[in-house]
Design a protein around this ligand. Structure first.
Ligand code: HGY
Ligand code: MN
Ligand code: MN
Length: 381
């Protein structure tokens, strides 16, 4: 918890926590977390995608690798736990296993991924997708740091990936349990939508003759509230941005989520149709740009069963839940089995500086993750 606070003070913006892909704050964060990885006996390096990697090799020659971790980047004005808690509990677990003198038949690696939130380029999981080798040409066209493709790891190298993460929702708190097992991760569609109107004088253009780009965007924001999936407009930019000028241009981000991919894609199609109607009626030009589609992911049943068993053996109730939030685990699922352990967070608040966890919930998370790794070790002995 002290480490979460210390890390939470490393930001690209004064007075609030914001750490974005490949930024100066991310470099400082990697340096600090790298020092904690070394203290846990890990060999530390940064890969071509600015992912921080700490590795403990097995004595077994040619052993495969089990990957733990989460992300070190944050949203704007973030809390201290979304991402960093998963990296720091993984490091604490490695330390605990070393103190227990546990020998492992596989290498253990901890990743601090460099861009799960995608704040800088509106992408998501640049770091973990670079490591997984699933970046697309469209992704690379959006970013300056093209060399991140070199972070790709060997096919079949990973036995699996497990991620500890705050729930970012109210379910664990409502059920009064400290940890829960994730069964699935929602799919997400990220788009950029622009309305191009005509800037004009606020005092002379009659209302019925206006081509007001912001008014069109505002109608789409309201339509997002009833499209059949979770839809959010998180960013809205208006130009030219003067109080006495009718907005000639409005650009908004659209984020659509659902556990069910066809339902999510139907919601995106519905909003696209509504945007065209709004544009036609208001005499606006519409630009509709899909930025990224991420399919829903099922967590691996065998790994999830191990997590459930480890939770039960600790005398805790086993609660299974789905994740509405995206995670690096969804990116890793392209190359290996994945599992996630959620930790209760107060009020389910996240993507907000008020995000917080109970200190007493962290020990069970670390214990369960350590038991999970030890159970895996017996399976691969
Ligand atoms: O947006 C998400 O679901 C995650 O926090 N990146
Ligand atoms: Mn996260
Ligand atoms: Mn997040």
């Amino acid at each position: 918890m002290l480490r979460c606070d210390e890390l939470g003070a490393i930001s690209d913006e004064p007075g609030r926590l914001t750490r974005t892909f490949a930024s100066p704050a991310m470099r400082r964060a990697n340096k600090l977390v790298g020092s904690w990885m070394r203290k846990a006996g890990l060999q530390v390096r940064e890969d071509a995608a600015f992912n921080l990697l700490g590795r403990r090799n097995s004595e077994r020659r040619g052993a495969k690798t089990f990957l733990l971790g989460s992300h070190l980047d944050t949203v704007r004005d973030a809390g201290n736990y979304d991402g960093p808690l998963g990296v720091l509990t993984a490091i604490a677990t490695v330390q605990l296993l070393r103190e227990r003198g546990v020998k492992l038949p596989f290498n253990l690696e901890v990743a601090g991924f460099s861009d799960e939130e995608g704040v800088r380029y509106h992408t998501t999981c640049l770091g973990s997708r670079a490591l997984a080798g699933t970046l697309t040409a469209a992704d690379l066209a959006r970013i300056k740091e093209k060399q991140i493709v070199k972070a790709r790891r060997r096919q079949g190298e990973f036995l699996g990936y497990a991620e500890v993460h705050i729930e970012q929702g109210p379910v664990l708190e409502k059920n009064n349990v400290p940890v829960g097992v994730v069964t699935a991760i929602a799919g997400q569609s990220r788009l950029c939508v622009e309305f191009h109107g005509v800037a004009g004088h606020a005092g002379t253009v009659p209302m019925n003759l206006r081509h007001d780009a912001l008014a069109g965007a505002a109608e789409l924001v309201l339509a997002a509230g009833c499209c059949g999936a979770l839809a959010t407009v998180g960013k809205l930019e208006v130009a030219p941005g003067a109080s006495n000028v009718i907005p000639g241009h409005a650009a908004l981000t659209l984020d659509v989520r659902d556990q069910n991919d066809p339902r999510r894609l139907a919601a995106v199609r519905l909003l696209h149709a509504k945007a065209k109607i709004i544009a036609r009626r208001r005499g606006l030009k519409l630009t509709w740009t899909p930025v990224q589609q991420t399919s829903a992911v099922q967590c691996d049943k065998a790994l999830t069963r191990i997590f459930s068993r480890c939770i039960a053996q600790r005398g805790l109730e086993v609660l299974k839940l789905t994740s509405g939030a995206g995670h690096d685990a969804a990116a890793l699922a392209a190359i290996c089995p994945v599992a996630m352990l959620f930790v209760r967070c107060k009020g389910g608040i996240s993507h907000n500086p008020a995000e917080s966890v109970n200190t007493t919930d962290i020990a069970p998370a670390i214990d369960v993750l350590a038991d999970f790794i030890q159970t895996l070790a017996t399976r691969h002995a």
